[in-house]
Ligand binder design. Structure first.
Ligand SMILES: [Mn+2]
Length: 362
């Protein structure tokens, strides 16, 4: 088990790398999509939240992330003692018609293949993604965590339809005709995922990259009237069974799985870790289930973090664990303080679970 930190695009700089290293991280998970450049409600010092207009404009559809760009980031992080464990999320501008089965699908498949090959050239072993039309939407923010710390939650279903031109909570076509996106069935979306995996996984294997699927966050059967795929822990098995490639992995988000209504998320750690399918782990704590839950500090929710870590260790998991979100702490640096608290807790818990990093008595 290794400790990592997730950094958004605007945080990819030496100060954030040093912060991660100082907090005990050896690895980073990096976002190359910019969720903050044009959203009217996302604040750069917090996780993206958005409103019904989403997270703003997607990126440049014609500028794919190059191997050179990835290598530069990799080398800058290495200079601060950190390895890049994964890139997290595709830009909807590069692949939206794979999700929508739209007219640009063939081009977008080539885009993804190029990005995965570039990821492999940069020596980055994992690519995390969400196969989701609505994306991470429908959450609220409030003083939900201990001591009134600002955290994210959900208060009821969110089914305002998605306007044309928006995919995965970002605007890919600002000039789209008025109207809403037509509804898709769950069967159609599962077929699209299978087709995507069948086309991409051979390329990923050749590139030495594991594809890692995040469960749907929030894990509702529908968000914005569109179906979700992995909204119960058991549905991860369906993803694995779609394609047996060793590159078909999971971005295993314990917090999201704990927000599901089916329960059994602790057992799900055992099940999927035993299959060797967990590429990397998101670990935060939560209280409650959809459609009413709250993100909490790492030590105060319903997840037994020590049980999760012991299960990962007992099943031979050697990958990276990051706190995907943390409550904002009241001080001059709310994001940093929240993350430092989570990282310190995780570091101690990992040592207590025998990760081998405790100093040996001479
Ligand atoms: Mn997550």
């Amino acid at each position: 088990m290794k400790l990592g930190l997730g950094l958004y695009r605007h945080q990819l700089d030496p100060d954030h790398y040093r912060f991660a290293r100082q907090a005990g991280c050896t690895h980073l998970v990096i976002h190359l999509v910019d969720y903050f450049k044009s959203s009217r409600s996302n604040r750069p010092g917090d996780q993206p939240l958005g409103d019904h207009t989403g997270w703003g404009l997607a990126g440049d559809p014609d500028r794919l992330w190059s191997a050179e760009e990835m290598i530069r980031i990799r080398d800058e992080a290495a200079a601060e003692g950190l390895q890049i464990a994964a890139i997290e999320n595709f830009d909807p501008a590069h692949w939206h018609d794979i999700l929508l089965d739209g007219p640009l699908r063939a081009k977008h498949v080539e885009n993804v293949k190029t990005i995965i090959r570039n990821t492999g050239k940069a020596g980055i072993p994992v690519f995390g993604y969400n196969f989701s039309i609505a994306g991470v939407a429908g959450r609220i923010k409030g003083p939900f965590a201990r001591g009134g710390a600002e955290a994210v939650g959900m208060d009821g279903p969110y089914d305002i339809p998605i306007p044309n031109g928006m995919v995965w909570n970002m605007v890919v076509d600002a000039d789209a005709p008025p109207g809403d996106m037509p509804r898709v069935t769950p069967g159609q979306l599962w077929d699209r995922l299978k087709r995507f995996l069948d086309e991409i996984l051979p390329v990923a294997e050749e590139a030495g990259v594991t594809m890692a699927l995040h469960p749907d966050d929030p894990p509702m059967p529908t968000v914005r009237q569109q179906p979700r795929l992995v909204y119960q822990p058991s549905l991860y098995q369906k993803v694995i069974d779609l394609n047996p490639s060793p590159a078909n992995g999971l971005e295993f988000c314990v917090g999201t799985l704990a927000e599901t209504t089916e329960g059994g998320f602790h057992e799900a750690v055992d099940t999927y870790a035993a299959q060797g399918r967990i590429a990397y782990v998101h670990l935060r704590n939560v209280r409650g289930q959809v459609p009413h839950y709250r993100e909490t500090f790492i030590d105060e929710g319903e997840i037994d973090v020590f049980r999760v870590l012991r299960s990962l260790k007992d099943n031979g998991f050697e990958g990276v664990i990051i706190p995907d979100h943390a409550p904002q702490m009241t001080c001059a640096a709310p994001w940093h303080a929240g993350m430092a608290f989570a990282l310190g807790y995780l570091r101690a818990a990992m040592q207590a679970c025998g990760d081998g990093s405790l100093p040996q008595r001479p």
